[in-house]
Design a protein around this ligand. Structure first.
Ligand SMILES: *Cc1c(COP(=O)(O)O)cnc(C)c1O
Ligand SMILES: [Zn+2]
Length: 411
């Protein structure tokens, strides 16, 4: 049974029936991002913490009552229910009492994007489409290709020339038709939009497809359930298009409105200094202006964000804030996370942690506040940048004396 009421435009407030192939508001055009509206009363009447506790489905689909999905269309890959760690050593280093790490790099194609792509594939199946397409900085693409392959859908993927090899390898292994656009993410986005129009494929582009945040929101719903419904003071995420942070906020609001949590956290969004259009718009309280895409964190190198409205709503409504970190701080955070927790994140996957370090240093986050952040993508996707973050291995001939000498030189 679906509890979806309708789709509502964030700009003009008009409502529309929730069709599987609804994208943006017909009156406002591409600026009119739609939001899925639920009958919260009916959900609270039919779902309870007890019922959820007895649900043996340990995946994102355990939150089906809060999702716009028909069960028969759910693809088979196991997405969600990724682990949450209480990272005590890491918290110590940063000077926090409580820091939780949710490792979403453990999803089937190794990023949080699987949560959205699984929903996209379900929706494509619902419309009867045989082809699905998107443009992506990399992870939306590889997750779409993987989830499409799991149900036998064809996929067409547009990536910017700079996408890391690991992600391209995933796409090709999953059998996608990959178009590497020799230009920026913005160029890839525009070309994909034209191609989707021309050939009538199902469109997974996150800024346009209102259902993507409905998948991404399960990350914060899970986090709350895994913390036994104790909501941390802050939830921290890296921000590119803005869809992930908008989704995480939607999940929290859904839980709050249906009585599963009794307060809402503050949300901290983190961007890279070399590409921070959403931070700039937030801090100066001005419209989004295109920015250059100058960061090694490829997944958040989005010069023209496609979903800034949902991101800015998350930050404002939660009384949170946005900050920027440098590429050096991102690489440092990668090393710190790995060496204190055993979790390996890609650059955009650890940008949230770099943001926490800065926010604590600047007094934005108080040392007594509890903080949770999400590792949004796995470090094995981008080994080249990881190598830049670390030192060389010790090279020795197979000889014990030389090993002793080499180790003492390293201290
Ligand atoms: C996509 C992505 C993000 C940011 O999500 P947006 O919806 O673009 O804001 C962060 N980290 C990783 C690893 C991603 O793939
Ligand atoms: Zn509208």
């Amino acid at each position: 049974m679906s509890y979806v009421k309708n789709l509502e435009c964030l700009k003009c407030g008009k409502t529309y029936p929730a069709m599987p192939d609804s994208y943006t508001c017909p009156s406002c055009g591409s600026e009119g991002i739609l939001d899925v509206i639920y009958d919260y009363k009916a959900i609270s009447a039919n779902v309870s913490k007890e019922k959820l506790k007895n649900n043996q489905n340990y995946s994102m689909w355990r939150y089906l009552p809060w999702m716009p999905i028909i069960p028969e269309t759910i693809p088979p890959l196991r997405v969600g229910w990724t682990p949450v760690y209480n990272a005590e050593r890491l918290a110590d280093v940063i000077g926090l009492k409580t820091l939780y790490v949710k490792d979403d790099g453990l999803n089937p194609t190794a990023s949080l994007k699987d949560r959205a792509s699984a929903v996209a594939v379900a929706k494509a199946v619902e419309t009867g489409a045989d082809t699905i397409a998107c443009s992506s900085t990399g992870n939306a693409a590889s997750s779409l290709a993987g989830n499409a392959a799991s149900v036998g859908l064809k996929s067409y993927i547009f990536v910017p020339g700079r996408a890391p090899e690991g992600k391209i390898a995933q796409l090709l292994v999953f059998g996608a038709t990959v178009v590497s656009v020799q230009g920026s993410y913005e160029d890839a986005f525009k070309l994909s939009a034209e191609a989707i129009d021309r050939w009538g494929w199902y469109n997974r582009n996150a800024g346009i497809n209102p259902y993507m945040v409905e998948g991404k929101k399960t990350v914060s719903m899970e986090l709350c359930e895994q913390l036994n419904w104790h909501v941390p003071d802050w939830i921290v995420l890296s921000v590119g298009d803005g869809c992930t942070i908008g989704g995480a906020w939607k999940g929290l609001v859904d839980l709050y409105e249906t009585g599963f949590i009794d307060r809402l956290p503050k949300v901290l969004g983190v961007q890279a200094e070399g590409c921070c259009p959403i931070t700039t718009a937030f801090v100066n309280n001005e419209p989004i202006r295109p920015s250059e895409e100058n960061t090694l964190a490829d997944s958040i190198a989005v010069g023209v964000p496609r979903n800034p409205d949902k991101a800015l709503r998350a930050i404002r409504d939660s009384h949170g804030t946005m900050i920027n970190v440098s590429d050096t701080q991102i690489l440092e955070a990668m090393r710190l996370l790995g060496s204190t927790t055993g979790v390996f994140g890609e650059p955009a996957g650890v940008t949230g942690l770099a943001g926490i370090q800065k926010a604590v240093a600047e007094g934005i986050i108080d040392q007594d506040e509890s903080v949770a952040f999400v590792v949004t993508g796995n470090g094995l996707k981008d080994v080249q940048n990881a190598i830049r973050a670390v030192s060389e291995p010790i090279k020795v001939p197979p000889d014990m004396d030389l090993l002793v000498k080499a180790l003492s030189e390293r201290g």
